[in-house]
Design a protein around this ligand. Structure first.
Ligand SMILES: [Zn+2]
Length: 136
């Protein structure tokens, strides 16, 4: 016998210095924040305390986006379209929702972050990424 169920697990998450700066920028400035590594010239999204490329620990914050390029996506029936999006100015992609149908999407499609009217310092302060066009 297989029964369907769910488990609600409330938790607290310490976002750390870089993660907190990222969430505060979303909440207070409607701004995406990345971190730039001067050692290897990589800019990562979202902001991080260390460089995933070279391990460098000096990672000043930089504004990225709100424009972005679509990298990949999946259409989850009943849940929407989830995508890897590369914010302008970043060298990597982050996972979020697309605000629109999957039809006509292609890698490189242009997107823009849409922010929630009421923001709380959470990744959902970004409602999702709207689809602007096909891009280059
Ligand atoms: Zn680096």
């Amino acid at each position: 016998m297989i029964r369907e169920g769910s488990i609600n697990i409330p938790f607290l998450y310490a976002a750390g210095k870089a993660g907190s700066e990222f969430l505060v920028a979303l909440r207070d400035r409607q701004q995406l924040l990345g971190s730039h590594c001067p050692a290897c010239a990589r800019t990562v999204a979202p902001a991080r305390a260390f460089c995933p490329g070279c391990g460098g620990e000096e990672m000043p914050s930089v504004d990225i986006g709100p424009g972005a390029a679509l990298v990949s996506w999946t259409d989850v029936p009943g849940r929407g379209v989830f995508a890897l999006v590369r914010p302008d100015g970043a060298d990597n992609a982050m996972l979020h929702k697309l605000l629109g149908p999957a039809e006509g999407l292609r890698p490189g499609s242009r997107l823009r972050a849409v922010f929630a009217d009421e923001r709380q310092g959470h990744i959902t302060d970004i409602e999702g990424f709207e689809i602007l066009g096909e891009g280059s």
